[in-house]
Design a protein around this ligand. Structure first.
Ligand code: SF4
Length: 341
């Protein structure tokens, strides 16, 4: 049905979900690394319009059993609790098979609700929040203009868990640049050990040239890390995370080492071993893997053992070096990463 309004973005894990747009864009829209909703003016959709969309989708998908529904766009929790409860009621009525209703949620939108309101939302079916904490270093949160501090991140995460919600926290490796790499790893792990989210979703940072952070790179106040330095940061982050029952999710092509994923309680050592396997490669093989990964020739470290892929990566690297012998690989890899967001 052509008059159903669908927003542009959902988390990768919601690819099979029913999408219901409750707001347009992001009401904050000021994070210095983010261009997701830059060209979009924020608005809340009138409740009658959203409920009409739910009913139209129920007609459109008659007979299809959705297990999950994602509320779009950038932060549905900014909406008044009453509004959300009416949406949840309409969803449950039209799609009785839903097991999960999920949404992005900013930390400060969560803490603006009372514990009782969060529980009410949870009981009405909103049971999984995706929170972009990015980091839990106050200095980096300020640097990227996130609009909340580390205390709010921790408080919001604990509130969501106490309300019985499933909690996913998004983390950006490399978001502190060379300047705050260690701080990013240590402070973020410290906060996550307190929150104990169900999922820790890790992304490598890709800085777009037109973003404010891109300006910082040009004026020299933010120094891009090499791929190896981001992996070293990831190792420290992982080492500092407790062996808790949280799943370390690595689901985006933007990440260099796609094999680093698993349950922190049972698979932390395997994840660290995969990182060490990369770090112990010779400098030439490390560079070859990095370039091969970024060009999607390799996907896993084991691909290095495949002669035809190895040769293809070598040829690509040779071409890059013959065109630009002094290429800045950190900048080149950042360029590729930011194009994958
Ligand atoms: S990162 Fe999230 S909160 Fe920040 S501007 Fe982008 S959508 Fe909004």
């Amino acid at each position: 049905m052509k008059d159903i309004e669908i927003g542009p973005i959902r988390p990768p894990s919601e690819s099979e979900s029913l999408l219901i747009r409750v707001t347009r864009g992001c009401h904050w829209n000021k994070c210095y690394f983010c261009g997701l909703y830059k060209s979009m003016k924020f608005s809340m959709r009138p409740i009658e319009e959203t409920i009409a969309d739910i009913e139209k989708q129920a007609t459109l998908y008659q007979g299809k059993k959705f297990k999950s529904c994602f509320l779009q766009d950038g932060d549905a929790l900014v909406l008044k609790t009453d509004y959300l409860l009416r949406i949840l009621e309409a969803l449950n009525k039209c799609f009785p098979d839903l097991e999960y209703i999920t949404s992005y949620a900013r930390a400060d939108s969560i803490t603006r609700k009372s514990p009782a309101e969060l529980k009410e939302l949870r009981q009405a079916g909103l049971n999984h929040l995706y929170c972009g904490m990015e980091t839990c270093s106050d200095r980096i949160l300020q640097l990227i203009n996130k609009g909340f501090n580390a205390d709010t991140v921790v408080k919001s995460g604990c509130m969501a868990k106490e309300a019985g919600m499933i909690l996913s926290e998004f983390i950006l490796l490399g978001i502190g640049g060379k300047e705050f790499s260690e701080e990013n790893a240590v402070q973020t792990a410290k906060a996550l050990n307190i929150i104990q989210p169900d999922f820790i979703r890790v992304h490598a940072t890709g800085i777009k040239p037109e973003s404010k952070l891109g300006e910082f790179v040009r004026d020299g106040s933010f120094t891009l890390q090499s791929e190896e330095e981001i992996v070293i940061e990831q190792k420290l982050f992982l080492q500092r995370l407790q062996e808790m029952d949280s799943y370390y999710v690595n689901e985006h092509i933007i990440n260099l080492l796609l094999e680093v994923r698993g349950n922190l309680q049972t698979e932390k050592q395997e994840m660290l071993s995969a990182i060490d396997r990369f770090l112990s490669l010779s400098p030439d093989e490390k560079l070859l893997f990095t370039i091969g990964r970024r060009l999607n020739i390799f996907f896993l470290l084991d691909d290095l053992k495949k002669p035809e892929l190895h040769k293809k990566a070598e040829e690509s690297l040779r071409k890059i070096l013959s065109k630009s012998p002094d290429v800045d690989f950190a900048a080149l890899c950042n360029y590729i990463r930011q194009s994958q967001i």
